[in-house]
Design a binder for this molecule. Structure first.
Ligand code: ZN
Length: 176
């Protein structure tokens, strides 16, 4: 599982779908650039069309890099909030430039990122006595290999609490 800004908490399913949607959109557009390269090579002997296709290829490559850096990689890193805005912009720009399939994929990815953001909540400050790099799942990995172990996590705030406690000591939510 990749490390994210949320520490080692599990990646929500919505973030996984966003990642796959953006990746497919990205691959489709990379294929388009590849086709342009082939066309460009075929038109190499025709000066004007060669230049036009060359410019399109340059834009295409810059575009692929931008989508990768600001959308796909941020999702992989768990920065769902940071990935949302760029993914929306990429979706709208793709639709405007008639990249309909990639555009729709990015927009659905954008919606999934909204869900992922809600599922993860705001980044959780470390409780007193925990290091600043605290993450809710860290004690689980360190102490209890089984999910039935002594430490459980509040479904609302994600903070650890003792198994069997009826209410979360941090936020007061009833525990399952
Ligand atoms: Zn709680």
């Amino acid at each position: 599982m990749p490390r994210s800004v949320y520490g080692s908490r599990p990646v929500p399913r919505s973030a996984e779908s966003a990642k796959i949607l953006i990746l497919i959109g990205l691959v489709l557009q990379a294929i388009e650039v590849g086709v342009l390269v082939v066309v460009g090579l075929l038109l190499f002997l025709v000066p004007f069309f060669g230049i036009v296709v060359g410019i399109l290829i340059a834009f295409g490559v810059v575009w692929i890099v931008l989508v990768y850096l600001f959308s796909y990689r941020r999702v992989v890193e768990g920065d769902y909030t940071g990935a949302r805005g760029p993914t929306l912009v990429f979706g709208i720009l793709s639709l405007l430039t008639l990249n309909l399939i990639s555009g729709i994929l990015y927009l659905v990815g954008y919606a999934e990122l909204g869900t992922a953001e809600q599922e993860m909540g705001r980044s959780i400050p470390a409780p007193p006595g925990y290091p600043a790099t605290w993450s809710p799942a860290a004690p689980l990995a360190a102490s209890a290999p089984s999910p039935q172990g002594p430490v459980r996590y509040c479904p609302r705030c994600g903070r650890p609490n003792a198994a069997g406690s009826r209410f979360c000591p941090s936020c007061g939510a009833p525990q399952p």
